[in-house]
Design a protein around this ligand. Structure first.
Ligand code: SAM
Length: 257
């Protein structure tokens, strides 16, 4: 899978994504990450890419043209690369995600959908955002990482790349570990423990030491339901629960607090 990040701060995103699991996946050729510097497409001698918003108001706005030229150069590279791989036929345009507090809130379901793409382009805004006209021309998806405002789209892009990358086969050493995690089946993950068996006088739940796999699975499922009911009851609306499990969720909700 190939990620392209259009940004004014390419070093920030490349340094942030160059470590640990994602960095290793890039080194192994499972992922490609390129940061494209929008400033390289500035069209004035001062290399500036921002200007005052029409109508007044606080702050500066990223201008349409540098963003557009950066995108066109990037799109051309993607198209040429795809044409080389595939003989004949139309080449599909990549999805272009504008990181914006005004977008749909990012979640695991969206990550799974984006992970099906071969190429993803991220557009990071800065200052007060980007001239609306270029967004209308190039953006396919508006995505927010939450109801708060940051200074730029770089951290949101890094969050999305990290989350989507974990779903690419081979990126996690053990592919199973991406399967049983929070938000799978609309439940949060059960509590986990590692050595030692007793720490600060707290004992690991005995069922986990029993070696009885069916009982362990049952305990984990119950713990997921209890935890979800307590921390994120909104998720339970979509979770598929048996009658017994619904009863457990109801009891956990009642004992909450
Ligand atoms: N004036 C814009 C508004 O009110 O919608 C906010 C601009 S913000 C200061 C600058 C940039 O940060 C945005 O263009 C966007 O790329 C990014 N950004 C800020 N908050 C974000 C969020 N919650 N999710 C995704 N991107 C965000």
């Amino acid at each position: 899978m190939q990620f392209y990040i259009m940004t004014l701060f390419p070093d920030m995103v490349m340094e942030g994504l160059n470590t640990s699991i994602i960095g290793r996946a890039v080194n192994n050729g499972l992922l490609g990450i390129e940061a494209w510097n929008i400033r390289d497409f500035a069209f004035n001698k001062h290399n500036s890419v921002d200007d005052y918003p029409y109508g007044g108001g606080a702050g500066m706005l990223m201008q349409a043209e540098p963003v557009y030229q950066c995108y066109r150069a990037l799109e051309e590279q993607i198209i040429q690369k795809k044409k080389k791989k595939k003989s004949g036929g139309a080449v599909k345009k990549p999805r272009v995600i504008y990181l914006s507090p005004q977008g749909r809130t990012f979640n695991q379901e969206m990550a799974e959908e984006f992970a099906k793409e071969d190429d993803l382009v991220f557009l990071c805004g800065h200052y007060e955002g980007i001239d609306e006209r270029v967004l209308e021309e190039i953006v396919t998806d508006y995505v927010s990482i939450g109801d708060y405002v940051l200074t730029g789209g770089e951290l949101p892009a890094m969050i999305m790349v990290d989350c989507i990358s974990r779903l690419v086969p081979g990126v996690l050493h053990n592919d199973v570990s991406a399967e049983f995690e929070s938000f799978q089946d609309h439940l949060l993950e059960y509590p986990q423990y590692s050595r030692p068996e007793i720490w600060h006088e707290k004992q690991v739940p005995s069922v986990l030491l029993s070696g009885h796999h069916a009982n362990i699975e049952k305990w984990r499922r119950e713990q997921s339901i209890i935890r979800t009911a307590k921390n994120r009851p909104d998720l339970l609306e979509k979770a598929e629960l048996s009658e017994k499990e619904q009863e457990l969720a109801r009891k956990s909700l009642q004992t909450e607090g």
